[in-house]
Design a protein around this ligand. Structure first.
Ligand SMILES: Cc1cc2nc3c(=O)[nH]c(=O)nc-3n(C[C@H](O)[C@H](O)[C@H](O)COP(=O)(O)OP(=O)(O)OC[C@H]3O[C@@H](n4cnc5c(N)ncnc54)[C@H](O)[C@@H]3O)c2cc1C
Ligand code: FES
Length: 532
């Protein structure tokens, strides 16, 4: 059994609710969080663009400090990647501390650990102070070896977590999971929540502190004076771009981070049969991809009879699922196989969805002043730790704006040099360059007539490539397949029914409208092609 979208609320808000065909459990189980749409010019001290965890945390923090803050969101609150997360709140960073030490030194690894610990504690404090009913819970986390990885990786990680002051333990087996791995690192006192309930509570608290939120309100022409929002002028002294992929920055940051798709299933397990914990494997070191895909698992309450076991993984670079000859659909089957082997309590799959993560080349998010700007800020490059990175983003950026000292400003500075990550930078750059050969070489579907109703594809050869979608009534919708960011050819994502760009992760709806930046413009609409 899988969840089929279609409740009245979902239909009413359709595409503005989320960035793909599937609804996550969080979105399906919480009503959309909508506010008024912006319909006049405005002036404010701080304009925050983006209503995910990063934007809302920044807005809330600054409003708490007495600042006048306006937040604009082009969909609904949580309609970006925050609504598609799995909501592990942890300082067990997926880039591994021993890797961070190699790139940035032990002191920076220590700072990174302290900053994520602070973010967990901050979320707990706000949940408590604002009385946010979001199922926040402290849980244990367990990191165990992926079969492709060397035992020393786990030992190195354990040693380093100790050296930098984390209270980890070495266990000789992985609790509550059937796995061949015979040891794991125990991270006590991690956390989890229901992200949409958290965001709803944070938004309400922000409004109580005098903040303003506008949903269905898209920001464009962002500069040091503010932005155009739905065509109206919003002037601000400070502009925070918390759009996940920064839409104000055309190139610099997008060569330092890379977009990956990641897949999730939520399966029913008999209530109480699996304890609430977090589990992660160390990732497939033999993978095709520079950012090695790993599995991540957590629990949540579902109904009187069942809990949900939520497992994720099977990542690939955006727009490049085919490179491993594993379709998007097949990735869910692999995830189900991996999970059911380790959690035999698992019954039927109730939800499935995918989402996008941005992997920075040197393992640190980019939080702070946009390079070259004094009053425009970005929060991006979360990797799989966006709950804590997004929270930290809010804390660091608000401290920069108010002039408060913050020990993490340099570590996350978007203008920092990433030279020590040269090998990852080069391998990602090679991958990106290879995508441009798609222009001439590849043809994804022979002709539009090959497309069934409800399917899309890229048709044509040479310099004429079309992104074609055949709707449920059989009508064709045609755009140029050339990405409006820097000209790569988009790929059809048959799972979320979107056109995804393999170069910097821009995504477009089946009709060509922008879902994720860095692209700002829709795919160029063209006349209908003939079936052949
Ligand atoms: C499947 C999956 C599982 C994950 N699991 C975890 C996990 O367990 N733990 C963890 O820590 N992290 C996890 N992450 C990462 C984490 O969810 C994200 O990094 C985080 O939610 C990003 O938050 P954000 O606020 O930066 O971006 P978003 O939530 O994407 O918010 C950005 C918002 O900006 C809006 N926007 C964009 N352009 C404009 C514009 N021009 N004008 C107005 N608004 C605009 C978008 O609509 C969007 O709502 C996961 C991610 C995925 C996809
Ligand atoms: S996202 Fe950069 S070319 Fe498409």
């Amino acid at each position: 059994m899988t969840h089929t979208p279609g409740s009245p609320a979902e239909e009413q808000f359709s595409g503005e609710l989320t960035s793909g065909e599937h609804l996550s459990y969080w979105l399906a189980s919480a009503m959309p969080v909508a506010y008024k749409t912006l319909d006049s010019d405005l002036q404010t001290d701080v304009l925050v663009i983006g209503g995910g965890i990063a934007g809302l945390t920044t807005a809330y923090r600054l409003a708490s400090q007495g600042r006048s803050v306006v937040l604009v969101e082009d969909g609904m609150i949580g309609s970006g990647e925050s609504g598609r997360t799995t909501g592990h709140i942890t300082h067990a960073l997926d880039d591994r501390y021993y890797h961070i030490k190699k790139l940035l030194g032990e002191e920076n690894a220590r700072l990174a650990a302290a900053s994520h610990t602070l973010a967990i504690d901050w979320i707990e404090k706000i949940v408590d102070e604002e009385d946010i009913d979001c199922e926040f819970k402290r849980v244990d986390g367990y990191l165990f070896l992926h079969p492709s990885d060397k035992a020393e990786s786990l030992q190195d990680e354990y040693q380093l977590t100790h050296d930098i002051g984390l209270n980890t333990k070495w266990l000789s087996s992985v609790p509550d999971i059937l796995d061949d791995a015979n040891a794991c690192i125990h991270f006590p006192n991690q956390a989890q929540f229901h992200i949409m309930k958290y965001l709803r509570g944070l938004a309400a608290s922000f409004i109580k502190k005098g903040g303003q939120i506008y949903t269905r309100s898209k920001a464009e022409d962002i500069d040091k004076n503010g932005a155009k929002v739905n065509g109206y002028t919003v002037k601000a002294n400070h502009i925070v771009v918390a759009t996940n992929s920064p839409v104000n920055n055309r190139v610099t940051i997008h060569t330092k981070q890379h977009a990956y798709r990641t897949y999730v299933i939520a399966a029913a397990v008999p209530k109480g049969s699996v304890p609430f914990s977090l589990w992660w494997d160390t990732g497939n070191v033999k993978s095709e991809w520079t950012a090695e895909p790993y599995h991540y698992v957590r629990m949540t309450s579902y109904n009187e009879d069942y809990d949900l076991l939520i497992a994720g993984g099977e990542d690939h670079k955006t727009g490049q699922a085919d490179k491993e000859h594993i379709s998007e659909e097949e990735r869910y089957f692999r995830l189900i196989a991996w999970t059911s082997k380790r959690f035999p309590q698992m019954k039927h799959v109730v939800y499935r969805w995918s989402g996008q993560v941005l992997e920075p080349v040197d393992a640190m998010a980019f939080i702070g002043k946009n390079p070259g700007d004094d009053n425009v800020y970005i929060i991006t490059g979360d990797s799989g730790n966006g709950m804590t990175h997004g929270t930290l983003g809010g804390l660091v950026v608000s401290d920069i704006i108010t002039g408060e000292p913050n020990p993490y400003i340099d570590l996350y500075d978007p203008a920092r040099k990433t030279v020590k990550a040269a090998s990852d930078f080069i391998s990602e750059a090679k991958n990106m360059t290879a995508q441009y050969t798609d222009w001439l070489k590849s043809r994804h579907v022979d002709a539009a007539k090959d497309l069934a109703n409800g399917q899309g594809g890229v048709v044509g050869t040479g310099t004429k490539k079309l992104a074609v979608y055949r709707d449920e009534s059989g009508q064709l919708h045609t755009c140029s397949a050339v990405c409006t960011h820097l000209g790569c050819i988009v790929h059809w994502n048959a799972d979320e029914k979107t056109f995804d760009c393999p170069c910097h992760g821009s995504r477009f709806t089946k009709y060509g409208d922008v879902i994720n930046g860095p692209a700002l413009e829709p795919l160029k609409k063209l006349d209908e092609p003939k079936d052949d």
